[in-house]
Design a protein around this ligand. Structure first.
Ligand SMILES: [Zn+2]
Length: 233
């Protein structure tokens, strides 16, 4: 047999000593346990002896600046960054070389998510675990999280519990009247809801009632609200 015609592409397979990279995406509404799932996944990798690091947005400082903290209080040290492409430099080239797994929490805040995932997984052979909101409070694509789905090995959409009826919640409802897309807050500002209560709650009386409740509980018993939120994760 004659060899296949060449199309000018270098088809030589170079030997590689490290495993191929992977991208895993975890999405869902607020209070769906995305950070918990991210930590569980990264810790499972660490338990097998792989070297891990977690990055979170420096914009989200609700709980701690140098740790990822779930709504139920589990902590893991992390790198708070404003962009992802600076990670390699800040982490150190040698340390980065030895790194196997990179977790990214609150990924919707990173504008360079797509480029970072391409480079880390395709070129550097890293396993990248991305956790973030798929939609904002208006159910529009939030940041660039959905852009990395074509890069992903796996995509997981988690659900929360509807704060009104207890059914599975797919969406995040904003309780307050603010309209900017990025309004960082916890259970005082947002609640997970099912489709029915999202539809009922947007812009009608439920929102006003929720705003009143949110305001009162925020003033009187904010900690209790956060605990309640943790309980439904
Ligand atoms: Zn509901």
């Amino acid at each position: 047999m004659s060899p296949p015609p060449s199309h000018g592409v270098d088809l030589v397979v170079r030997p590689t000593h490290r495993r191929a990279g992977e991208v895993h995406v975890i999405v869902g509404p607020m209070f769906a346990g995305k950070t918990t799932a991210l930590l569980r996944r990264v810790m499972a990798e660490a338990d097998t002896g792989r070297s891990v690091a977690i990055i979170k947005s420096s914009r989200d400082n609700r709980y701690a600046t140098d740790a990822v903290v779930t709504h139920d209080g589990t902590k893991f040290p992390c790198w708070p960054l404003s962009d992802l492409l600076s990670f390699k430099h800040k982490f150190g080239a040698d340390a980065y070389q030895k790194l196997d797994v990179i977790g990214i929490d609150e990924a919707q805040f990173f504008g360079d998510l797509y480029d970072f995932c391409c480079e880390a997984a395709d070129l550097d052979g890293k396993t990248v675990v991305v956790a973030g909101l798929d939609g904002d409070y208006l159910r529009r694509s939030f940041g660039s999280v959905l852009n990395v789905i074509p890069l992903a090995d796996t995509v997981t959409k988690l659900t929360a519990r509807c704060e009104v009826c207890g059914n599975r919640a797919f969406f995040t409802l904003r309780k307050t009247g603010e309209t900017q897309t990025e309004l960082i807050g916890g259970a005082n500002v947002y609640m997970p809801v099912c489709r029915q209560h999202y539809t009922n709650g947007q812009g009608v009386s439920v929102t006003k009632e929720a705003t009143r409740i949110a305001f009162e509980t925020h003033v009187v018993q904010n900690d209790l609200v956060l605990e309640t939120a943790a309980a439904i994760v």
